[in-house]
Write a protein that binds this ligand. Sequence first.
Ligand code: HEM
Length: 81
Amino acid sequence: MPAPAKLSFASDILPMFTGMDVAHMIKSMDLGDRDSVFQHADAIYKSVVSGHMPPASCGEPRWTEDMCAKFKQWQEQGGEP
Ligand code: HEM
């Protein structure tokens, strides 16, 4: 099996966060910044995979399984910028 292609923050992860996500979470972390997201990756993953974030009340759809898996893979690959 070939190793899976390396995902990058800029092209694979950042586009999954909306402007609303970044704006609402900025007091606790910067979802627009690779280092901040990598540092909080476990908590972010838990929040999206459980459907707690983004909150249903804000009107955004919950992350699909593919989005969650992509995020996890990026983290496990070391968080390429
Ligand atoms: C460490 C993980 C996270 C924690 C502890 C967290 C916590 C919170 C809290 C306490 C609020 C305000 C109360 C609420 O509306 O429930 C909030 C709001 C919000 N969060 Fe998060 N959050 C996390 C990750 C995320 C992620 C990864 C996203 C996007 C993918 C996100 C998107 C939002 C949005 C859009 C709101 C605003 C909801 C509104 O005002 O309608 N959050 N978050």
